[in-house]
Design a protein around this ligand. Structure first.
Ligand code: SF4
Length: 144
């Protein structure tokens, strides 16, 4: 195994690949979220449908409107992490999906869902990456 530190892009791609492989789209992370009652169009939303939209964002495809609503109301409660039966860091999954919905991972700008007034949340997203288990060397490399 190489000792070479991962770039941020490599780190994100490895996380995405792992999540796409292991996530069953069960929706338990969504069901555990305390913020869903505040999201536009999330009342009585189907958890599997919302998560499927998040997974679309991870695949750099525009996700459904309800997935965007969930991405907008996340406050990093982390309740979703313990709820996942597959041990996926669902909060990080949401963070990466937010980046995609911002157009930061390859989704064309015209298809990105979080822009304008939502852009102020971008820095919260960056902040979350300080908790992604990257080594200090990896973080330094990314910050160059
Ligand atoms: S709880 Fe885990 S396996 Fe289920 S949808 Fe969420 S991330 Fe995927």
């Amino acid at each position: 195994m190489s000792d070479k530190p991962q770039t941020l892009v490599e780190h994100l791609q490895a996380f995405i690949d792992d999540t796409l492989t292991r996530c069953t789209r069960c929706g338990k992370c969504y069901e555990a979220c305390p913020m869903t009652k505040y999201g536009e169009g999330l009342q009585n939303a189907d958890a599997k449908h919302v998560v499927s939209g998040v997974i679309d964002w991870l695949q750099q495809k525009p996700g459904n409107a309800q997935s965007v609503s969930w991405l907008k109301v996340c406050t990093q409660s982390a309740k979703c992490i313990d709820a996942c039966p597959k041990g996926i860091n669902a909060m990080k999954m949401v963070r990466v999906a937010q980046m995609s919905a911002m157009g930061s991972l390859g989704v064309p700008a015209e298809q990105a869902a979080l822009s304008g007034r939502d852009a102020k949340d971008f820095f919260r997203v960056i902040n979350a990456f300080s908790q992604t288990q990257m080594t200090s060397q990896q973080v330094q490399k990314w910050q160059r």
